[in-house]
Design a protein around this ligand. Structure first.
Ligand SMILES: NC(=O)c1ccc[n+]([C@@H]2O[C@H](COP(=O)([O-])OP(=O)(O)OC[C@H]3O[C@@H](n4cnc5c(N)ncnc54)[C@H](O)[C@@H]3O)[C@@H](O)[C@H]2O)c1
Ligand SMILES: O=C(O)C[C@H](O)C(=O)O
Length: 341
């Protein structure tokens, strides 16, 4: 049963907070589905996607508590029509016709846990959701937020392969929060305006597999080796910093919702044919020997248009790259093995 479907009054895109200089005369209809929409990330992400003028239909799905979230968000006077779906019986309806599916479903960390400690619960959740995506919206771009991302993306790929729907151009691990953190921490240390900062973050999304490339950061700054090491470590431990500060009440939700909204917006812009849409993401890749790897990706009408190379690395980054490979490889293998059990 559809719980809520309210047509909202469209507001001028010019007032939109996520609009970033992309001129869109005729904005096509786009459906975005959020799976896990009643959760800590899901709720603020639903809000931010409701504010995005590129979205015409916003489907909010969770196993419970979606009616309240959908009713609440639906009153916002922006373009998209909001529908709430609760429980597995309604998952198909939530997904039908979706252009982009964002998945923040699953349990978050508590202090002392690694992201891999979430595998036993979240792997099954992600597998089930991806089976439904293969059935109801096989051509959607999938934005995987659920941890451990290093394994959940390979799980999704295997599920889609089994269903005969796998298109590597359409599956993304969302690593945008690592980039958001790297930009913030770099701006603070380098004393440059944060809005102007760019820093690629490559590898994966857990501990040392997160590799910020501060040697490529702009605007350039003369930071010492010790400062670069500290910035790298803080970016790698950014998630843990939040988990510890929340002291048992979960992990990053608000900054993740922001990051998820940035990445989904980039996917929508790519689908709509906007030029030069580049974000870092964990995707199927051949830029290293690992089958999945995060790097800069050019987004287009079919999803991944081009996986961009790593560019020149400092010796410190080269060392970090070699160090991360065994852990990332084993997380990928763990995901593949689980999906094929
Ligand atoms: N990729 C990243 O950078 C990043 C950042 C932060 C958090 N995360 C991950 O995102 C996930 C969610 O975090 P959170 O803080 O929102 O957790 P949360 O517990 O607040 O919310 C999770 C939501 O998922 C829902 N859910 C559980 N099983 C589901 C299913 N089968 N179908 C649909 N919904 C289901 C729950 O009902 C809940 O509402 C965690 O795995 C966390 O580790 C990833
Ligand atoms: O740290 C976590 O467990 C959540 C997320 O992956 C993050 O980077 O904040």
């Amino acid at each position: 049963m559809m719980l809520r479907s309210i047509k909202s009054l469209a507001t001028s895109p010019s007032s939109h907070i996520l609009r970033r200089g992309y001129a869109s005369e005729a904005v096509p209809d786009r459906k975005v589905a959020v799976l896990g929409a009643a959760g800590g990330i899901g709720q603020p992400l639903a809000l931010l996607m409701k504010l995005n003028p590129l979205v015409s239909s916003l489907a909010l799905y969770d196993i419970a508590n979606t009616p309240g979230v959908a009713a609440d968000v639906s009153h916002i006077n922006t373009r998209s029509e909001v529908s709430g779906y609760s429980g597995e019986a309604e998952l198909g309806k939530a997904l039908e016709g979706a252009d982009v599916v964002i998945i923040p479903a699953g349990v978050p960390r508590k202090p002392g846990m690694t992201r891999d400690d979430l595998f036993n619960i979240n792997a099954g959740i992600v597998k089930g959701l991806c089976q439904a995506i293969a059935k109801y919206c096989p051509h959607a771009l999938v934005n995987m937020i659920s941890n451990p991302v290093n394994s959940t993306v390979p799980i999704a790929a295997e599920v889609f392969k089994k269903a005969g729907t796998y298109d590597p151009k359409r599956l993304f691990g969302v690593t945008t929060l690592d980039v958001v953190r790297a930009k913030t921490f770099y701006a603070g240390k380098a004393k440059v305006p944060v809005a102007e900062v760019n820093v690629p973050v490559v590898g994966g999304h857990a501990g040392i597999t997160i590799l910020p490339l501060f040697s490529q950061a702009t605007p350039k700054a003369n930071l010492s080796d010790a400062e670069i090491t500290a910035l790298t470590k803080r970016t790698q431990d950014g998630g843990t910093e939040v988990v510890e500060a929340k002291a048992g009440k979960g992990s990053a939700t608000l900054s993740m919702a922001y990051a998820g909204a940035i990445f989904a917006d980039a996917c929508l812009k790519g689908l709509n044919g906007a030029p030069d849409v580049v974000e870092c993401s964990y995707v199927q890749s051949t830029i290293t020997e690992l089958p999945f790897f995060a790097s800069k990706v050019r987004l287009g009408k079919n999803g991944v248009e081009e996986v961009l190379g790593l560019g020149p690395l400092s010796d410190y980054e080269k060392e970090g790259l070699e160090k991360l490979k065994p852990e990332l490889q084993s997380s990928i293998e763990k995901g593949i093995k689980f999906a094929n059990q």
